[in-house]
Design a protein around this ligand. Structure first.
Ligand SMILES: [Zn+2]
Length: 176
């Protein structure tokens, strides 16, 4: 038996998440399968904030997207509150200042209110540089320094990496 789309009065068969392809597409783009009736009332589908929201979801969930490997492919997710609702995202983040872009504070963390801010490209680049995968050279060095008894704030200072990153490498939570 083929399941039917869960939107009232829609008789198409289910594509994903209990929705037919048309309603699934609306959910994906606008955060609600009923876009065009109620969601578009927020009147923000062409705004910078909405663009950011869409591309955040693309990076994490569109396995065919060019950036997926650096986001969804690394286990980065969008919190449920934001994934399902643009309005929630907008409420938490507020208006996007021009020239700023959505950044995760911890580059290994998810897209969620506590881990996101509007940042300049320069800030983003700096953050990315601190987190970029260099192979094992740096983690090995960090672990050697740690074994030699150096405190992590000193390691952090010497290598110009945040103590959060140093900690997670020492505890083998990242760059394993
Ligand atoms: Zn439908």
């Amino acid at each position: 038996m083929t399941k039917q789309c869960s939107v009232e009065r829609c008789e198409n068969k289910v594509h994903s998440r209990g929705l037919c392809i048309k309603h699934y597409d609306k959910w994906w783009r606008y955060g609600s399968p009923l876009a065009g009736t109620e969601t578009l009332k927020h009147g923000m589908t062409k705004t910078r904030e909405h663009e950011s929201w869409l591309s955040m979801k693309q990076r994490c969930y569109n396995i065919k997207g060019p950036d997926y490997k650096n986001y969804g492919g690394r286990g980065i997710k969008v919190c449920a509150r934001w994934r399902t609702s643009f309005i929630n995202f907008y409420e938490d983040m507020g208006p996007k200042p021009e020239d700023l872009t959505l950044e995760r504070i911890d580059n290994n963390g998810n897209y969620e209110p506590d881990n996101c801010k509007w940042a300049t490209y320069t800030e983003q680049a700096r953050n990315r540089r601190n987190n970029v995968i260099y192979g094992m050279e740096i983690p090995n060095k960090i672990r050697q320094m740690n074994t030699a008894g150096l405190p992590s704030d000193l390691i952090s200072e010497k290598l110009g990496l945040s103590s959060h990153i140093i900690g997670s490498i020492i505890e083998k939570r990242s760059w394993v």
